[in-house]
Design a protein around this ligand. Structure first.
Ligand code: AMP
Ligand code: MG
Length: 479
């Protein structure tokens, strides 16, 4: 047995900081701005164990120092990354304005992950912002990212939240906090858009790095850049469809918030849909419904078209045509995946004529009846069927025509349809209690969401949709 860690110098980090070996135009080396009196609010011990870091015996003071940025670990290479991004359709040069990657850690399983402080002070990319974060939004990111992980959806993770002992002004004074985020990497579509504005060798080096890091099997491909493009399309198509399976709306699908790894990143104004409505929007700044629930597939295509454009200089004219065709094909491809996913939610195996109409008719009924998206699919698995009229016998007939027994169909449905999602009113209540110093509702919610497909007695309150309200639910970014 290795001896228990009793001070942060003894944590068995295994750093290998490959991003810092890329052209210097892509980042700025920088240290976090020390904070006055850091205190631990949350430590994710399960995630720490997966990273090979046992934090259980680490004194609070050391953990607070480490996860606030006051005590950077040895062997890291803290840097803020440069990137660009199309935000609501308009391109800007951005970059880590309030985040610092402290290093790349290799887990005992051999995985390479970025460890990042978020809210750790201004950087050259802050554009007038304070570089800080407030406690509420960091707790929200922790909760929702961990819920997404438990739902089986690729996502960045949350390792720790600490308060800084300093106020942030939004514009009222709020408790400042730092979130420690763990990601397969922080490479985004926007990183490539930024590199494309720099020297060509900068872009080449970045593509090479990304392929080796996320798609190593493609290093020997005939044209790695084109294969890379297709591989990112593939992961993003799966990701967006997975979001839609659980009613997740990202809210800011700007190109700087779309990863190359296929993980969900940046939990700003995101939220989960209650009543099914394809036009649902939660973000307070999304006035035109650009990132509405059903638009997410088209937005992904738009973002990936920007990604393809950045890679054009690396492709021959024929390969450029192939890249263009891949962008066009994305629309049909993601629609097909959406229908396969919806089929799973209904326990369907294979594809029969009439499946598309079966799915579409159910969704139309749900929309007209303002049926809860999550609960309707759960109810289909029970005897507690909603009043779906002629739809139910059609669905039952379809199930009886497939070779698989009904038990197999139910299993398929159980795996696709969560009982518990982070419902907006429940999340707000937990955050509001946390703001008053009571973390119990937050921990209870986190616990319920850690096993979202397994219904348990006593957790009924997490299944209930929000009580009717005159005000639509709104979420905010830049918090
Ligand atoms: P987001 O909306 O979180 O994706 O952020 C968009 C951009 O704004 C990124 O470049 C962030 O680093 C930057 N940003 C967000 N909040 C702040 C802040 N408080 N201070 C400095 N930069 C920020
Ligand atoms: Mg962002």
């Amino acid at each position: 047995m290795p001896s228990r860690v009793v001070d942060h110098h003894q944590l068995p980090w295994r750093f290998d900081n490959s991003f810092g070996r890329l052209p210097e135009a892509l980042f700025t080396r920088i240290r976090p701005v020390p904070v006055r009196s850091p205190r631990v609010v949350l430590l994710n011990h399960a995630l720490a164990r997966d990273l090979g870091l046992d934090l259980t015996a680490l004194p609070d003071e050391d953990a607070a120092g480490l996860f606030s940025g006051n005590l950077p670990p040895e062997g890291g290479d803290p840097l803020a990354q440069a990137y660009g991004g199309h935000q609501f359709g308009h391109f800007s040069i951005l970059g880590d304005g309030r985040a610092i990657v402290l290093g790349e850690h290799i887990t005992p399983g051999g995985e390479r992950v970025d460890i990042q402080w978020k809210g750790s002070g201004p950087t050259p990319y802050s554009r007038g912002g304070d570089g800080r974060a407030a406690l509420g939004p960091m707790l929200r990111e922790y909760l929702i990212s961990e819920a997404m992980h438990a739902l089986g959806i690729p996502t960045t993770r949350s390792l720790a939240v600490v308060t800084t002992g300093e106020a942030v002004y939004r514009p009222e004074a709020l408790a400042g906090a730092v979130l420690t985020r763990v990601a397969a990497s922080h490479l985004r579509v926007g990183t490539f858009e930024y590199a494309a504005t720099r020297a060509p060798w900068c872009l080449t080096a970045l593509v090479d790095h990304a392929v080796r890091r996320h798609y190593p099997a493609l290093t020997d491909a005939k044209c790695p850049a084109l294969s890379f493009l297709r591989a990112v399309f593939d992961r993003q198509a799966d990701l967006i469809v997975d979001w839609m399976r659980v009613g997740f709306i990202h809210g800011v699908m700007n190109t700087d918030n779309m990863t190359i790894s296929g993980q969900t990143i940046d939990y700003g104004p995101c939220a989960f849909m209650d009543a099914y409505d394809p036009a649902t929007v939660f973000s307070s700044i999304d006035h035109h419904g650009r990132y509405a629930f059903q638009n997410q597939m088209a937005c992904a295509q738009w973002n990936l078209a920007r990604f393809a454009e950045t890679l054009l200089p690396l492709l021959t004219p024929d390969q450029q045509d192939e890249a263009r065709d891949a962008v066009i094909a994305f629309q049909h491809d993601i629609q097909r995946r959406w229908h396969v996913m919806m089929g799973k939610k209904l326990g369907l195996f294979g594809h029969h004529p009439g499946d598309v109409a079966l799915v579409d008719d159910l969704l139309t009924w749900m929309h007209l009846n303002e049926a809860d998206y999550t609960n309707t699919f759960r109810q289909l698995m029970s005897e507690d069927l909603p009043g779906l009229g002629e739809w139910t016998p059609r669905w039952r007939a379809r199930l009886s025509r497939q070779a698989e027994p009904i038990e197999a169909a139910l299993d398929r449905m159980r795996q696709a349809n969560p009982a518990y999602i982070p419902r907006n009113h429940v999340v707000e209540a937990a955050l509001s209690a946390a703001d008053d110093g009571n973390l119990t509702p937050f921990h209870e919610l986190l616990e319920a969401l850690s096993s979202p497909y397994h219904r348990r007695d006593g957790l009924e309150s997490y299944e209930r949709p929000a009580p009717p309200s005159d005000e639509p639910y709104r979420t905010f970014c830049g918090t």
